[in-house]
Design a protein around this ligand. Structure first.
Ligand SMILES: C[S@@+](CC[C@H](N)C(=O)[O-])C[C@H]1O[C@@H](n2cnc3c(N)ncnc32)[C@H](O)[C@@H]1O
Length: 178
């Protein structure tokens, strides 16, 4: 179990944080925006995404692609998912996610992987795949489209935040399969 001082020290070392995650005891992973996102990101998108996913995920498996520091993976675990795997292409984000997992004591797998590497052989099969805030990062959309569904996907939720002059609000889209 980490002390408060150890947690604060790791939070500092692992900066910058994109996800604001409550670690308890009044400690959050971040206290300011790093790239223009709301400081409490992804609390806003989660209000939409959270409604597209069953409230009870008992026995379900969830793959979070581009998991960053693990906000959505954590929420899936808290809804009772049996298996949660978060993958992210950036080592820094996987380190953040692993640290948060330890601080919260949750059983979540994390791997550093590129979305193009995902298939049933490499990660297995999932009931639900989340690919949030990811698509606009990807150069090879057609390859991604082939990659993501096979290991998943009864439910696949995708959000996008296009830069719009008319609105600063995130635009969220969610696709739900039965
Ligand atoms: C804008 S962040 C979104 C994070 C989180 N899903 C959310 O909605 O808050 C995009 C994430 O996708 C990851 N990412 C970008 N391209 C990727 C790729 N080709 N394979 C795996 N992860 C990737 C980034 O490292 C980053 O953590």
């Amino acid at each position: 179990m980490m002390t408060r001082e150890e947690i604060l020290s790791e939070l500092e070392r692992l900066q910058p944080w994109f996800h604001r995650i409550d670690l308890g005891g009044g400690i959050f992973t971040k206290t300011e925006s790093v790239m223009g996102e709301p400081v409490d990101h992804p609390a806003g998108p989660w209000e939409v995404i959270g409604k597209c996913i069953p409230a009870d995920l008992a026995g379900k498996s969830v793959l979070d692609v581009g998991c960053n520091a693990g906000f959505y993976a954590i929420e899936a675990k808290r809804r009772g998912a049996a298996r949660v795997l978060g993958v992210d292409g950036q080592r820094q984000h996987v380190r953040q996610a692993v640290f948060v997992r330890g601080a919260l004591g949750l059983d979540i797998e994390y791997r550093r992987m590129n979305v193009y590497e995902l298939n049933r052989r490499t990660v297995g099969q999932f009931g639900i795949t989340l690919a949030l805030g990811l698509v606009y990062h990807l150069k090879h959309l057609a390859r991604r489209a082939r990659a993501v569904p096979p290991p998943a996907a009864r439910t696949c939720a995708i959000t996008s935040w296009p830069r719009s002059r008319s609105s600063k609000a995130p635009r969220a889209a969610a696709l739900r399969k039965s």
